[in-house]
Design a protein around this ligand. Structure first.
Ligand code: ATP
Length: 343
């Protein structure tokens, strides 16, 4: 649905050049919710603004529904933008217009009649839970309600794609959850492809189907969200996943922790798995069969894209051969990473 091909964006700032986007290839399948995550300055905002050409790429192609937007005249680009809605961190509503009139704006600009506007806006008020706020002004709304208005406005021209630029970053956790749940409903009910850029892994964890991670203008890793959580490859992806599962250093073993195995050292292992009730029987079997003990240091079940995922950290205690066999047995069944040793 959205394809970026060898996309670059160079900014000239104060005599130097910044490669904000540096040869990005990205493919967002139709009907998915796709997250792009990265640290501040990684190029996320520039990337999403290139998708509707709010930012003109220096080179490369931007294909939306098969059409290369970089080749279009201004007039055709304006038309193509009707099928691309966008919402922003700070909502960008017109303060002098009511909720109804904010949502109606894109239709007014497109020359729709009063009746057509009413037919489009009323269901959007309903969908976004704003029916009783129709005559309110933005200043009378909470942040979450303002973002609902912005979402309704973005949907008014019946887009195929919704771009979300840090759409929940200004909201508290509870409001964030309600907005994310609304985005998921929109994706499912209206079959709209959603591209989200965010620095919050909770957003990715809660609603995204796929995720890409950006660093210094490049996509350094891309995967289905479950796989990304199960088996992150790059150091940055590992860091983001650990922050999302709230993994902490373990005070109990910190003083004895080492990264290399010494004679008689016991491995500390991170086990990641999908589904509840998966790992307990495996650990019990490994312990019985290979005569080992498992000291559970941390255990956490998280919901990742509506599926339960377990994150466990254990120390394996026993004879070296038993430890090795236990490790192999676990590796054959779940995602296992030896993260260090304690002696
Ligand atoms: N208009 C501009 N002129 C010059 N440099 C820019 C411009 N916009 C962005 N940049 C630079 O491009 C790089 C990427 O910025 P961008 O805002 O896309 O990153 P980001 O990942 O969205 O960061 P944040 O999460 O902090 O918004 C940064 O180094 C930034 O300073």
């Amino acid at each position: 649905m959205i394809e970026l091909k060898n996309l670059t964006k160079v900014f000239a700032a104060g005599g130097t050049e910044v490669n904000a986007i540096d040869g990005v290839n990205l493919s967002v399948p139709e009907g998915t919710i796709y997250g792009v995550i990265g640290s501040s300055g990684a190029g996320k905002s520039t990337l999403i603004r290139c998708v509707n050409l709010l930012e003109k790429p220096t080179s490369g192609q931007v294909l939306v529904d098969g059409q290369d937007l970089t080749l279009l005249s201004e007039k055709l680009l304006r038309q193509a933008r009707h099928s691309i809605g966008m919402i922003f961190q700070h909502f960008n509503l017109l303060s002098s217009r009511t909720v109804y009139d904010n949502i109606a704006l894109p239709l007014e600009l497109a020359g729709a009649s009063k009746q057509e506007i009413e037919q489009a806006v009323m269901p959007l008020l309903e969908l976004t839970g704003l029916s009783d706020k129709k005559l309110s002004y933005p200043a009378q709304l909470s942040g979450g309600q303002k973002q609902r208005v912005a979402i309704a406005r973005a949907l008014a021209s019946k887009p195929k794609v919704l771009l979300c630029d840090e759409a929940t970053s200004a909201l508290d956790p509870q409001t964030t959850r309600s907005i994310l749940s609304l985005l998921k409903d929109i994706n499912r009910q209206l079959k709209i492809t959603v591209l989200i850029i965010t620095h919050e892994m909770d957003v990715v964890k809660t609603i995204c189907d796929r995720v890409a991670i950006m660093s210094f203008g490049k996509i350094i890793e891309e995967n289905e969200v479950e796989q990304f959580f199960l088996n992150p490859q790059t150091d940055l992806a590992k860091e983001f996943v650990r922050s999302a599962i709230h993994e902490k250093p373990i005070a109990e073993i910190e003083a004895r922790f080492q990264s290399d195995p010494a004679e008689g050292a016991r491995p500390v292992v991170r086990i990641t798995f999908v589904g509840q009730g998966v790992v307990q029987p495996l650990i019990t079997r490994a312990a019985r069969q290979f005569n080992t003990d498992f000291n559970i240091l941390q255990a956490d079940i998280e919901t990742v894209n509506e599926k339960a995922m377990g994150f466990l950290m254990v120390e394996i205690i026993g004879e070296p051969e038993g430890i090795e066999q236990s490790l192999q047995f676990l590796k054959d069944n779940v995602q296992v990473e030896v993260i260090g040793y304690v002696s």
